[in-house]
Design a protein. Structure first.
Length: 408
């Protein structure tokens, strides 16, 4: 039995080139010869020529809107984090100093810095990137394709979807036409545009859409791997921002560290995703990359620009998944859905009339097959938004409008 709790704001594994951390956690980081060509002495030969899609227009459009991002912690912020860690450590609470000869053991916190990519989404300087590219930084530089550099302001972040919005002071910037990621087909050609490794700027790679709607727990893995932030959150008893919300577009376009936050475009040059992650044991491209769908991006980014964060509410129910026993006892035709075990007082669900033993099978026309589906649907719903929840009650399907209220 799990509970859908209030949602605030998590982090992703993938294509950001990062140099950083601390001495507390030191980490180590055939060419086949072409066959000989034989030429026949004939007047004319008929050859079947196979041509692929033309990516030149899409590449030209995308290259002009993808920027390079250099992000780092200032020395001031690094000192604050070091002091915070020392104050939180029981050893330093007892001795309040580093014993002689132990300096190298405890080390010094070194400022994080890294590079990534971003996509211009408005003529007046709003830029979308991944949260994990900039979340640690208070000093952010944006470089346009023409080499012009700007100091960027962090407007808003949403760790649960790994999205962030920056702002530079400029007008008349180029933007891409927004595509519709729901219409994207498996097998369709796409281009990934970004700045791999921080120095291969304005790089374009091509691939196909390999799958859609991938949920890989990559965002949660990134949060767990940020050892220092995890340590600070534990010591300060800061609440977790909640599980990552993922429905990645999977492609085989090559993406490497530094590509994070760059554009995924279709062959017409329309933006269909934000490159975010790679599946790799080495940290480098090994066949598949993952992008946040532009439809999800648009919903989150609109709120980040307006409010600085995506304000999530709560449904206010405890649910369990359907097993063979309750499927039989409740005369259900399948295991798809979740059973409402209890409803919180003064919650969104309570006011809407959802009852214990209702079976939730859909939200806003999308199937809810399990707890994760319901959690994602609620996680993409902002406060005061009304959703349509499809339930089964006493064997009868019905839709219930639910206004999502702010979590406590």
């Amino acid at each position: 039995m799990r509970q859908i709790l209030g949602y605030t704001v998590a982090g992703v594994i993938g294509g950001m080139a990062v140099l950083a951390g601390s001495q507390w956690l030191n980490q180590k980081h055939q060419i086949n010869e072409a066959p000989a060509a034989y030429v026949r002495n004939v007047a004319e030969s008929s050859v079947n020529t196979v041509t692929g899609p033309d990516f030149t227009l899409a590449a030209d459009r995308a290259l002009n809107v993808v920027v390079q991002i250099n992000a780092q912690e200032s020395q001031k912020l690094a000192r604050q984090k070091e002091e915070q860690m020392r104050r939180s450590d029981p050893f330093f609470q007892q001795f309040s100093f580093v014993p002689f000869g132990m300096e190298n053991f405890f080390g010094q916190y070194m400022p994080k810095k890294g590079s990534g990519s971003g996509v211009i989404v408005s003529n007046d300087g709003y830029i979308v990137t991944n949260n994990h590219v900039v979340e640690f930084a208070d000093d952010i530089e944006v470089i346009l394709k023409n080499g012009k550099k700007y100091k960027a302001k962090k407007i808003g972040t949403d760790p649960r979807t790994d999205l962030a919005v920056l702002k530079i002071e400029e007008t008349g910037l180029p933007v891409l036409v927004m595509g519709n990621s729901d219409d994207l087909k498996v097998g369709e050609w796409v281009l990934a545009v970004g700045n791999p490794f921080g120095y291969l700027t304005s790089t374009v790679t091509a691939g196909i859409v390999s799958a859609k709607g991938r949920e890989l727990n990559l965002i949660n893995q990134e949060e767990e791997q940020d050892y220092f932030q995890h340590y600070f959150n534990q010591k300060s008893q800061q609440p977790s921002s909640g599980p990552g919300i993922e429905e990645f577009i999977q492609t085989d376009a090559a993406v490497n560290p530094g590509n994070s936050g760059g554009a995924l475009v279709d062959v017409q040059g329309r933006l269909v995703g934000i490159n975010s992650a790679i599946a790799s044991k080495t940290g480098y491209y090994s066949g598949y990359s993952f992008a946040i769908p532009v439809n999800l991006m648009n919903k989150i980014v609109k709120e980040l620009i307006s409010n600085g964060s995506f304000q999530r509410g709560r449904l206010g129910v405890q649910v369990s998944e359907i097993d063979e026993e309750n499927m039989k006892n409740m005369n259900l035709s399948s295991k798809n859905g979740v059973i409402v075990e209890s409803v919180e007082d003064n919650s969104s669900a309570k006011y809407a009339g959802i009852l214990p033993q209702d079976v939730i099978i859909g939200v806003n026309g999308k199937d809810v097959n399990n707890y994760d589906d319901l959690q994602k649907a609620i996680g993409l719903t902002k406060v005061d938004e009304t959703i349509k929840v499809k339930i089964i009650r006493n064997g009868i399907e019905k839709d219930i409008p639910v206004k999502i209220r702010k979590g406590l």
